[in-house]
Design a protein around this ligand. Structure first.
Ligand SMILES: [Zn+2]
Length: 187
């Protein structure tokens, strides 16, 4: 412990109250940190994680007269990635990933299986064949492999193996029907 600092204390309710009041009073992060027995960097990190900015004026404005966390913005996916890097030393990788995925899920309207369209394990009748409860916490996601259409040369995504893409399969069917009709007319 450095001289002049208090022992490190947890981020409990009291600590957040001191932090909120300090910012409201216009105190520097260094001064707030000394009060909490934490480094300026730790205080800045905490502020950024919640308010997505270290600018105390902006934080003061967002927080208003409310408690710590009041008025905090909802992070976007991109910000979620930055935040999870920011906390990389304290969070397990999976927790960080879940956070980012959750932001993604929110932006897509809370669909619990929001990755199903690209996942090899999804079955339209049976649901998730890997037995996952949702895509947020899933570690079995398997991206569908692109397949190559031998007729039009495009890449396409389908769970079942196919020589031709959906459009080409339909086109071939129509061709066959026309051929059949011509042959029957000619008779
Ligand atoms: Zn094709």
């Amino acid at each position: 412990m450095k001289a002049g600092t208090r022992p490190d204390r947890p981020w409990d309710e009291e600590a957040f109250r001191i932090l909120a009041d300090g910012i409201r009073d216009g105190d520097s992060y260094a001064a707030i940190g000394r009060r909490l027995g934490k480094s300026e960097k730790a205080v800045r990190g905490k502020v950024f994680t919640v308010y997505l900015t270290e600018n105390a004026d902006k934080v003061r404005e967002l927080m208003g007269d409310g408690k710590w966390g009041n008025g905090a913005p909802v992070p976007t996916v991109k910000q979620g990635i930055v935040l999870s890097r920011h906390e990389a030393t304290t969070k397990r990788n999976l927790a960080a990933l879940a956070f980012v995925l959750k932001q993604r899920a929110i932006s897509l309207g809370w669909d619990p299986y929001w990755q199903r369209k690209m996942c090899q394990h999804w079955d339209d009748m049976e649901g998730c064949t890997a037995g996952g409860e949702n895509c947020d916490i899933c570690v079995d996601f398997k991206r569908m492999e692109p397949q190559f259409c031998s007729r039009c040369g495009r890449d396409f995504f389908e769970r079942k193996q196919n020589r031709f893409c959906q459009e080409c399969r339909e086109a071939r069917k129509r061709q066959a029907q026309r051929r059949w009709a011509r042959m029957n007319d000619a008779r």
